[in-house]
Design a protein around this ligand. Structure first.
Ligand SMILES: NC(=O)c1ccc[n+]([C@@H]2O[C@H](COP(=O)([O-])OP(=O)(O)OC[C@H]3O[C@@H](n4cnc5c(N)ncnc54)[C@H](O)[C@@H]3O)[C@@H](O)[C@H]2O)c1
Length: 285
């Protein structure tokens, strides 16, 4: 119960990573408000967690949705301790050359209005409540906030922008509010959708054999699930353990940044020495 008595607001909490964060926070004793555009996903959350969650249907591209979520959170739970900005969309690594001329502007606006503006509007709406609670903000970034080929230029650009926002807000809001980021890699259990402007709104990342692809390139040898990726969100939301933590971004991606120029080593030398008959593969969590 590391978050007993804490109150969080999670955007995009009705599916994938956001849903896993809500489940984990509730199990750690927190009360959680959720802003999401999916009425079905929100109904499932209510069903699963009852009074421990308060849900608001809305769109992170609009300040009014965030204001409504903050108001409902404070009205229901009496305060807000931490904002988890998390709702996002992907471009399915669509290359610039493949985006039609007459679609690019609209696709850019959609990507940045969800992934970047959605976070800024959330931060803005939460300021009074987080100032009052001396709370924190944590934003979901991505490996694409640091490296290429985790998306196309639209997604990669949007996640790099979030890196800058985390740093700038940490500078502006300290010492009252801590601001940090978490950059996961590919995730199991995600339903990440694409841009409507690219006609990818009904495409789910679960249709891609991501686990197979990532097992070849990650030093950990395995793609993490959304559930396995919630621990850092708990840590970043705790108060006692995170006194010095602001302006930090955790690369939480299975070691993408240390995989080397050619291929992941994946401990093969260790296996050669210590378990020569075993296949190099999944490392037990
Ligand atoms: N899935 C991955 O492999 C992966 C990897 C790295 C980072 N991420 C990041 O993790 C975050 C969560 O993604 P996920 O994989 O859990 O996706 P997901 O689609 O499973 O969940 C995202 C949730 O956000 C909601 N949402 C999307 N657009 C919205 C909008 N405009 N307004 C309100 N709600 C909206 C959806 O309804 C959904 O419930 C995103 O920021 C994504 O970029 C995902």
């Amino acid at each position: 119960m590391q978050l007993k008595g804490e109150v969080a607001l999670v955007t995009g909490g009705a599916a994938g990573l956001g849903r896993a964060i809500v489940d984990r926070f509730v199990s750690e004793g927190a009360s959680v408000a959720v802003l999401d555009r999916s009425p079905a996903g929100l109904a499932e959350l209510k069903e699963a967690h009852g009074d421990a969650v308060a849900v608001v249907e809305g769109d992170v591209r609009f300040l009014d949705s965030h204001r409504e979520a903050v108001a409902k959170c404070v009205e229901t739970f009496g305060k807000l301790d931490t904002l988890i900005g998390n709702a996002g969309v992907w471009d399915y690594s669509t290359a610039l050359v493949d985006i039609p001329d007459d679609t690019l502007s609209e696709a850019f606006d959609e990507m940045f209005s969800v992934n970047v503006k959605g976070y800024l509007l959330g931060a803005k709406a939460c300021l009074p409540a987080l100032y009052a609670s001396k709370g924190s903000m944590t934003f979901t970034i991505s490996n694409a906030g640091f490296y290429t080929s985790g998306g196309g230029a639209l997604y990669t650009g949007s996640k790099h922008a979030v890196v800058g926002i985390v740093k700038q807000l940490a500078y502006e809001l300290g010492p009252h509010i801590r601001v940090n980021g978490i950059a996961p890699g590919g995730l199991g259990g995600s339903d990440l959708r694409g841009l409507k402007a690219l006609n990818l709104q009904d495409t789910s990342i679960s249709s891609i054999p991501l686990a197979d692809m990532l097992s070849q390139v990650l030093p950990t040898g395995q793609m993490a699930t959304a559930t396995e990726s919630t621990g850092a969100y708990v840590l970043f939301a705790t108060r006692a353990e995170t006194v010095p933590l602001t302006g930090s971004i955790l690369n939480y991606d299975g070691g993408l940044g240390v995989r080397g120029f050619t291929e992941a080593n994946r401990g093969s030398l260790l296996d050669d020495h210590f378990a020569p008959n075993e296949v190099v593969g999944r490392v037990a969590p």
